[in-house]
Design a protein around this ligand. Structure first.
Ligand code: AR6
Length: 183
């Protein structure tokens, strides 16, 4: 079961939540996958999404890359949710720690995901701790960037269908730094 640990209402009206649990069972319009640029969902949260959501997610991902090329940080891809409760999966590519310009790339992946969710007219979205697993981004630093990018996105958006943004965290080693940065 996914549990809200803490939440607040942004100045722009959306509810921002930190939720403990498993993103693959979250009942939202869209979940974000922490993907790589070729959408080869072999490990981490991507693997968990594929396992529960079915092969159709990899098939749709392969078609996307064939059509559009490798996925850019600022322009996430999207597929159906397959067998997941979520209608859509937004495949965001975060930076690999050490590749350079990581903070800006992570911010792009977060705001890009929110923009795609708005294009898909979603009211709710869940996002994992992008880049903080296999890609090695330091967790506290990622938390600060993820929170501030979300606020910046809404403060700059003309309109948004989004009402709820859930930061969906799986493990204690990630939850603690995110709660610390939250304040
Ligand atoms: N629900 C929510 N969060 C989860 C779940 C889950 N079911 N499972 C893991 N996490 P990672 P990255 C957390 O490594 O660092 C893949 O191979 C996990 O604990 O999934 O962006 C992709 O295909 C961590 O906090 O993503 C890419 O090649 C967070 O999700 C590469 O890994 C992100 O960890 C992307 O690496």
């Amino acid at each position: 079961m996914n549990t809200i640990l803490i939440q607040r209402t942004l100045l722009t009206g959306q509810s921002l939540q930190i939720v403990q649990g498993d993103i693959t069972v979250d009942e939202v319009d869209a979940i974000v996958n922490a993907a790589n640029e070729y959408l080869q969902h072999g490990g981490g949260v991507a693997w968990a999404i594929l396992r529960r959501g079915g092969d159709v997610i990899q098939e749709e991902s392969d078609k996307w890359v064939k059509k559009h090329g490798p996925v850019l940080h600022a322009q996430p891809a999207w597929t159906s949710g397959g067998d997941l409760p979520a209608k859509y999966i937004i495949h965001a590519v975060g930076p690999v720690w050490g590749d350079g310009d990581e903070d800006a790339k992570l911010a792009d992946a977060v705001t890009g995901s929110l923009r795609v969710a708005d294009e898909l007219k979603c009211e709710s979205i869940s996002m994992p701790a992008i880049s903080t697993g296999i890609f090695g981004f330091p967790k506290e630093r990622a938390a600060g960037i993820i929170f501030s990018s979300i606020e910046k996105y809404f403060s700059e958006a003309q309109t948004s269908t989004l009402k709820t943004v859930r930061i969906l965290l799986f493990d204690d080693a990630t939850i603690q730094p995110f709660l610390k940065v939250w304040g």
